[in-house]
Every structure is written in C-alpha cells, then in structure tokens.
Design a protein around this ligand. Sequence first.
Ligand code: NAD
Length: 486
Amino acid sequence: MLQIDNFINGEFVAASTGRRFEKRSPVDSQPIASIAEASEADVDRAVAAARSALEGEWGQMSTAKRVDILHAVADEITRRFDDFVAAEMADTGQPHHVMTHAFIPRGAANFKVFADIVKNVPTEAFQMDTPDGEGAINYALRVPKGVIGVISPWNAPFLLMTWKVGPALACGNTVVVKPSEETPLTAALLGEVMNSAGVPKGVYNVVNGFGPDSAGEFVTRHQGVDAITFTGETRTGSTIMKAASEGIRDVSFEMGGKNAGIIFADCDFDKTIDGIFRSAFLNTGQVCLGTERVYVERPIFDRFVAALKVKAEGVKFGRPTEVGVNYGPLISHEHRDKVLSYYAKAVAEGATVVTGGGVPDMPSELAQGAWVQPTIWTDLPESAAVVQEEIFGPCCHICPFDTEAEVIQLANASDYGLSTTIWTENLARAHRVAAKVNVGITWVNSWFLRDLRTAFGGSKQSGIGREGGVHSLEFYTEMRNVCIKL
Ligand code: NAD
C-alpha cells in the first residue's frame, strides 16, 4: 500500500499526531494508500513555510526566472506523464483515455499557459491633468496576494488543483493545498515534481485531510492565509466564506451546477447525441459542467430519447486500463449512496425510467466497486428534486419544449448558473439564446471545449469571481497604483 505524507517546506513529512487515513479504490474497494492526516500544527507549519518562501528566494525572484521554473514544472509533469496517469486512475477509477487525452495534459498546460500570461500581460497607465498644468502619471504594479489556500475536489483532481496552483505560482504567490481526501495521489506526486524542477522550498505545500474540524477548516480559517480559492460544493463554499470573513480575506469559488442542454430540432442530430452523451456521462457524470437537465424541441424528442438510450446502454464498464472501457465507477460508496438516493427519488416522484436506475451486475472481482448505471428519466415536473438539485452522477432528465422563449425560461429556472450547451444549426438563434441564458459558460454545438485564456466561473450559486486568462491575475495579484506628480 502506498504511503502518502504531507509535503511541507519541500519535504514529505508524517502528521505530527501520527494519524493516518485510508484511501480505497473506487473500482474494487481494495485499500490503495495510507495518508497522513495533517493536524492544526502541521497546517501552521505549512503556512509558515509558505510565508517564509514568499519573503525569501521566491519573493525576490525575477519574473523571467519564475516563468522558466514553471515551464520546468510543466516539462517534468510531461516527463512523468505515465506516473500521473497511473496515480489519477488509481484515485478516481476513471478510464485511461480520459486521463491521457484531457486530465493530465491539462495539468501541465496550467503551469505553462499562466506563466506565459504573467510574462506577457501589461499593467495600466494613465496620464492625468492637474490644476497647475504640470500633470501627473499613474501606473499600476501587480503584486502577489501572498499565501493562497487552495481547496480542491475529487472529480478531476489534478486538473482542478493545478488550475489554481499554476496561476497562483505564476503570479508569485505561495500555496498551501488541501486536496480532496478522496484523491490525494497526484498532489503528492506534484511535490516530487516541484523539487525536481527547482521550485524553492515552501512555495508549494500539501496538507491532507478532511473538511470540517480537519485540514480543510484549518487552512481556511488560518489568518496566515491571505486568500482562498475553492472548487467544490456550494454548501461547502458557504462554510468557507464564513471562515474567510474573519480577517476579510478574498475568495474565488467554483461550485456546483445543474446545467441545461438545449437542443433545437434543426441540430446536427448525430453530433448532438454524441455531445449530450459526453456531457451527461463522461467521468461517470462527475463533472461540474455536466448536463443533468436536457431540453429537446418536441419534433425530435422521441427520436432523441431513443438514441441517447442506445448510447447509454452501450457503455463499457471495467478497470481503467482495460481496452475499450469508457465508463468508470463513482468516486466512493458514500457518493454512490447519494446518487442512488436520487435514483429512488426520481421513481418516487413519478419518473419514467428510460434506462438504468440501479447498480450494474459486475464480475465478482469488481463487485465491491462503486458502480452505478447511466440513467435517463423523462416525464418529471420541473419541481422534482432530480430536476432541481445537483446529483453529480451519470444521469439526466429529458423534457420536451415548444418555443425558444419557453426553453430559455426553463434553463434559467435554477439556483445554479454554471454552464449550458446549445445545439442548433441556426447561428442567429445560437447567439440569441446564448445571450439570455444566465450562466458563466455557454457552449454552442460542443461541450467542455476549453481555451485557458477565457474567463471561467459560475453565476448565481455556482460561483464567485472568474479565473482563466488575465482574470486569474485579478484574483492572484493585487493592483497597486503609483501616482507621480510631474
Ligand atoms: P466538497 O465541497 O465536498 O469538497 C471539496 C473540498 O472542500 C475537499 O477538499 C473537502 O475536503 C473540502 N472541504 C469540505 N468541507 C470543508 C470545510 N468545512 N472547510 C474547508 N474545506 C472543506 O466537493 P466535492 O464533493 O469534493 O466535489 C464535488 C463538487 O464540486 C460538486 O458540487 C461540483 O459541481 C463541484 N465542482 C465545481 C467545479 C467548478 O469549476 N465550478 C469543478 C469541479 C467540481
């Protein structure tokens, strides 16, 4: 079994209390790692190391050198690509191709792209008139915000953690990362990479543990942490926001979604089925941007439901490395209990179960894994729990609509506002609808197509702030204005 320790001041260290917890494989429930659970004293040490790196070599380093080092981090991730793929597959149970095509390459890109943005983005300057006619010049300096607390989730652990660590370091901050207790492996591997790439001690620290009364809470309420960036559930965000209010510390939140897919009758049917299949079932539905509400224009409704059913019933369950497997387990039995409780609620609320709704028959060696069937429902009212609440599983409800105005109203009838995907061959309509859907990210005839230079974040209860491109600089740096009287 792997032994995973905390990574503090450039070294792997056991918890000061000696406490450890166990990580089990989602595929077959076998134990795979024993993880050091950071105490409050360990978090104190991590924050002190991050502060001292900020005041030391890292804080004094030229931008050019910092950029070079972050490129070296990206190159080292690429060199150790197979190790990262193996670690992430072990943690999440998700198929090999998901790791190699998307999740691990994005981790490396998160360091390169943000290093280059920091190197190339100018600050602002204003010439100013003054009463004496001599004038003044204002210019802005960007300075790092300080020690950043990074709290990350389990669904795409490496991608989502580096999406924060990359820009935070590029901007000259130091970090204390609390990865999800479900997925600690790649954050630890990244510690090794940081040392190999020449990142000074204390710049990147990892403390493992849980949320309440554990490492998550210790990091977020620590007054030595200057700002907190968090990805996870909206309810957790609310708790973290309270912690951040002590000391008036800044937050950036990327949280839950209940995203709508909007399908017009004039769509390219086959591409739309492929797109909605991915957006509902990729990563076993554990994607914040996933589509759990699908609205289909009435003339193609029956055909659409039938075609998506065929795709859902064609998924291949199995171990991540098995050839042809495109569908993994849920992250844990605890999460499966939650998803199955929604499957039961859907039936209780009168859903027609088009497909799925339960646990698949698995071969005996996988029977203990957190497997669940991809599931499609129709015929529920919009008020039903499974239509309103984020399930974060491989499931969607499909509902017919008749007019553009009606579907916009349906899509917006949610407490969340993360993303939407619109499928139509009518470009004017795509523009019209995109402008009216109240979400942070809209895709037309695609889904999860990401350009890291663009703003990413949610409206309503899906988030606070935007990260991505120069928007990340707005959170990870502070602008200081210098006014020079001529
Ligand atoms: P979660 O909120 O349960 O946990 C996220 C992290 O917060 C974990 O590291 C956890 O240990 C920590 N945490 C929990 N309670 C805490 C507390 N009281 N104080 C400090 N830290 C605490 O979320 P999850 O189950 O890991 O992830 C799934 C959720 O994340 C879904 O809601 C999903 O939509 C959301 N998500 C959003 C985005 C986005 O970009 N908007 C991306 C991925 C996932």
